[in-house]
Design a protein around this ligand. Structure first.
Ligand SMILES: CC(C)(COP(=O)(O)OP(=O)(O)OC[C@H]1O[C@@H](n2cnc3c(N)ncnc32)[C@H](O)[C@@H]1OP(=O)(O)O)[C@@H](O)C(=O)NCCC(=O)NCCS
Length: 151
């Protein structure tokens, strides 16, 4: 399967850690970057953070990218098996969605999605904000499951 090309090359050198603090996060290189987006003010909740429902919708869209390619046609989300909000998402966070195929079944494909926020561009800081596991089903023109043909 061809790699999805990343955004223009940006250095994601980690911020130097304070002595004794855990190593700073880097964007993953063992997964495919499937989407990048920055939330808008209309996506904000009353606390000034971003609505969890908005993030779930973005994860559903991002998670479908690799299964759509593999299924070579229509797919539908059948299950959100796990969804963890590890940290709040803030305005001005640049969100990157990284996906990895976990299982290809007869008609279904399960994918794991990790979402990373890049914040404070002047002193770049990468934070893992969300992790989810979703299953998509390849469907035919009548919306019924169809077998996935693998090369
Ligand atoms: C997706 C849909 C077509 C599946 O139809 P179905 O008759 O339930 O399908 P099946 O029971 O034959 O299961 C199809 C595949 O989905 C998997 N699956 C079904 N329910 C699942 C669940 N809760 N979790 C994980 N996988 C599931 C099955 O294991 C099977 O995979 P396999 O063929 O690789 O072994 C149907 O449930 C549907 O249309 N759902 C609505 C989809 C939708 O609108 N999603 C958008 C959100 S509203």
């Amino acid at each position: 399967m061809p790699e999805i090309s990343s955004a223009p090359s940006v250095s994601h050198e980690p911020t130097p850690a304070e002595p004794g603090s855990p190593a700073p996060l880097r964007l993953p290189d063992d997964r495919q970057l499937v989407m990048r987006v920055m939330p808008m003010p209309s996506d904000m909740n009353g606390n000034g953070d971003i609505f969890g429902g908005w993030i779930m919708a973005q994860v559903d869209v991002a998670g479908a990218v690799l299964p759509s390619r593999i299924a070579k046609g229509r797919i539908a989300t059948v299950a959100v098996n796990q969804f963890i909000f590890k940290q709040a998402v803030s305005m001005n966070d640049l969100l990157s969605f990284y996906a990895k195929i976990e299982r290809i079944g007869r008609t279904s494909i399960t994918v794991n999605v990790e979402v990373y926020a890049e914040r404070n561009p002047a002193n770049l800081h990468v934070v893992k904000v969300t992790e989810a596991n979703l299953t998509y089903v390849a469907i035919d023109a009548n919306g019924r499951p169809r077998p996935i043909l693998q090369e």
